[in-house]
Write a protein that binds this ligand. Sequence first.
Ligand code: ZN
Length: 152
Amino acid sequence: MSVYKILIDPDPVLRQKSLPVKNINAGILRVLENMRDTMYAADGLGLAGPQIGISKRIIVVDPGENLLEIINPEIIDCEGEQSGSEGCLSVPGKFGWLKRAQKIRVKGLNPKGESIELEATDLLARVIQHEIDHLDGVLFPNKAIRIRTDSK
Ligand code: ZN
């Protein structure tokens, strides 16, 4: 198990646009494993490559249901709207009120390199949208309607 140091805003890596993964090799699988370990150790609901200094389009997500690992995730359809409070392991001590799509359709690759497509709603949809933002160098304070330093 390898737990990585999570980069904290304003680390410039967090603002870079991540590159797509071209080849799922042993190095990428190792990164995924480390992201998983790091997410669980930090008690996060999701983690994106740039948060551990890897500018590649990889996310891991687990809002308490089951683990999803998506390589080159892409939102292909959105529906509805939800708003709620969000935090981020890279922006400690801050919370923001954000609007997100209520339901999304996502495609990408699983760790075996197979194409996957899935539908997510509510919290899972929110976490996936948050993590994909990281891949584009966007942190939640950029989208928040208001920011707070407590969780209410
Ligand atoms: Zn985040």
